[in-house]
Design a protein around this ligand. Structure first.
Ligand code: ATP
Ligand code: MG
Length: 588
């Protein structure tokens, strides 16, 4: 692992379970051949040096989002802290919707978050589709043992005979067909002799079980659809609930951590694994499944289907739109890997579902960036300030810390001249109460520069202010002995018009105006905030570092980053990552 995710891990129920498992030596005899495989392969290996094995198993049918980050930090974090291994497994058992584009994007984002799937010499990146042959062999073993059968009922018939929460299901007429017949039909299914939906392989468990998931769940269905990796080799594909335990077991996973919706699947998970182990197909000790509460974040949607709809229908500009909760979007917005890890660490791990406010994510970003962000000045709504007593053509340098938390980073310097850009809102002809910035007769400090006294303004024919006028007080420059000779209550930021860098600045607000855009039967599209992106043309302090890897804090305005796609040195484009917490940020 290249970077440790959390310095001092906080305990949680999963750590307690792992501590107990390790204390009892539950996995002490587990063998590992250095690669995934059934019992016969693992038996050739030595005792697994990894004390635990976890996995992060995304389906490559979309981009990772902040909810996935919680699972990534948890699984990779536990493996790291317990000297174990965490596998990145592409759960690509569903041929529709899965694409290599997503595989690559997922790899990128897990690495970006600071994790990898190496363990010693092992490269634990796997594709569930590589296990199709094993799964098929296991299915045959189950049929042979009378634990699975080929059912020729239609999908509707299966649904109708499955029963309900209060009513038991009824047995399929094909449930007791001879083993040889099921074996032959299973081969025919694989060989493409039967159309989609004409038959399915089902586990033979108990149609009267109080747990609907145990009422003879389907293992294989026929889908004549090419797969992104296996092409046309298969036309039967395993159902998730059958594939997942098998994938875990083949990889020697010890702790299979998933979200709470899968709690009802756990009996089937154990049923499959125990039978396959009894049949000699899988080694013991077997993986165990544990469930934790998924992340629900306010003001966003994280369902991949809904994210896809936002992208496809043009509500946002691609999967990495800075307003999306995708990791690609958050990165482009200016989120750092450390800020996301910090957020996940603060969330903790529990078994109780809850909703987390979006502001926690923003706060984690501020807490990460405040000590490291390069300070600079920007003017987003510019109006010209003329220092009428400052000599034409003259400029002089002013100095400010690169980062007030890091004196060793030194000072930055930038010129002051007769004409400056200031924020339009820093001048009022008629000041409201408690307004301490520029108005005729008032004095303020040009931050890091001189104290100035406002003398008036120039207006156009419509009465709009086009220029603010002031006189500077020559002996009051910051850092000189006379700096404190005049007391002022206001402090304003500025940039020399002659030297300022012109930039497009994208100011983001929440994508949804409803904190729970997809709760109940709401249509999440109804809650889209029409003002989620405001683009302004502003000015930046000369020398501002404009790379997508340099977080900036513009004084008074917030955290910003050069846009990794659209920004060029000729035409800088910046994203506001978050506002500042202090009241300046709320002033507009
Ligand atoms: P969708 O249902 O929208 O397709 P998914 O949750 O099924 O998304 P997967 O790619 O299957 O997406 O998820 C990979 C892993 O990430 C799973 O182990 C899942 O439990 C975890 N995960 C997904 N969303 C969240 C979330 N909001 N909070 C925590 N873990 C999550
Ligand atoms: Mg899924």
């Amino acid at each position: 692992m290249t970077s440790a995710p959390s310095p001092a891990p906080v305990s949680n129920f999963l750590r307690t379970i792992i501590d107990n498992d390790l204390a009892q030596g539950r996995y002490a005899d587990k063998r590992w051949a250095g690669k995934p495989g059934p019992a016969s392969v693992q038996a050739t290996g030595d005792i697994d040096p990894a004390r635990i094995r976890t996995r992060f198993p995304p389906e490559p049918n979309g981009y990772l989002h902040i909810g996935h980050a919680k699972s990534i930090c948890l699984n990779f974090g536990l493996a790291h802290d317990y000297q174990g291994a965490c596998h990145l497994r592409f759960d690509d058992t569903n041929p529709e919707k899965e694409e290599d584009e997503y595989v690559n994007a997922i790899i990128d984002m897990v690495e970006w978050l600071g994790f990898d799937w190496k363990y010693g010499n092992e490269n634990n990146r796997y594709f569930a589709s590589d296990y199709f042959e094993y799964m098929y062999t296991f299915a045959q073993a189950l049929v042979q043992a009378g634990l699975a059968y080929v059912d020729e009922q239609s999908a509707e018939e299966m649904r109708a005979t499955r029963g309900t929460l209060t009513e038991k299901g009824t047995n399929s007429p094909w449930r007791d067909r001879p083993v040889e017949e099921s074996l032959r039909l299973l081969d025919e299914m694989r060989d493409g002799k039967h159309p989609d939906g004409s038959m399915a392989l089902r586990a033979r468990i108990d149609m009267g079980s109080p747990n609907i998931n145990m009422r003879d769940p389907v293992l294989y269905r026929i889908r004549h659809v090419p797969h992104h990796r296996t092409g046309d080799r298969w036309c039967i594909y395993p159902m998730y609930s059958w594939a997942h335990p098998v994938e875990d077991a083949l990889e020697g996973i010890t702790h299979s951590i998933c979200t709470l919706e899968f709690e009802d699947q756990r009996p089937f998970y154990d049923w499959i694994l125990n039978h396959l182990a009894d049949l000699g197909q899988l080694q013991r000790p077997l993986p165990r499944q544990y469930e934790f509460a998924r992340l629900n974040l306010s003001y966003v949607v994280t369902s991949k289907r809904k994210l896809l709809q936002l992208v496809r229908e043009g509500y946002v500009n691609g999967w990495d739109d800075p307003r999306l909760p995708t990791l690609a979007g958050l990165r482009r917005r200016g989120y750092t890997p450390a800020s996301i890890r910090l957020f996940c660490e603060r969330l903790g791990v529990s078994k109780a579902d809850s909703r987390i406010d979006y502001s926690l994510l923003e706060q984690a970003l501020r807490d990460d960036l405040d000590p490291i962000a390069a300070r600079s000045v920007a003017v987003l709504d510019p109006i010209k300030l003329v220092l009428t007593n400052y000599p034409e053509g003259k400029t002089e340098l002013c100095h400010a810390p690169r980062n007030p938390h890091d004196p060793e980073a030194g000072q930055r310097e930038f010129p002051l001249g007769r004409e400056l850009w200031i924020e339009r809102d820093d001048f009022r002809e008629e000041p409201p109460k408690k307004y301490f910035r520029l108005f005729p007769g008032n004095t303020v400090r040009l931050k890091y520069g001189y104290i100035i006294r406002c003398t008036g303004c120039v207006k156009d024919e419509n009465g709009n202010v086009t220029e603010v006028h002031a006189e500077y007080l020559p002996d009051t420059k910051s850092g000189t002995p006379g700096a404190d000779s005049v007391k002022v209550k206001g402090n304003i930021t500025w940039i020399s018009t002659e030297h300022a860098i012109s930039a497009e600045i994208r100011l983001y607000d929440r994508l949804f105006s409803d904190p729970h855009p997809d709760s109940g039967d709401k249509n999440f599209l109804d809650a889209i905030n029409p003002d989620s992106c405001t683009i302004v043309q502003g000015w930046l302090e000369p020398g501002t570092q404009l790379t997508a890897d340099t977080p900036l804090q513009f004084e008074r305005l917030g955290y910003f980053i050069a846009d990794r796609k659209d920004s060029t040195s000729e035409k800088p484009v910046l994203n506001r990552s978050a506002t500042l917490k202090d009241s300046w940020a709320q002033k507009s």
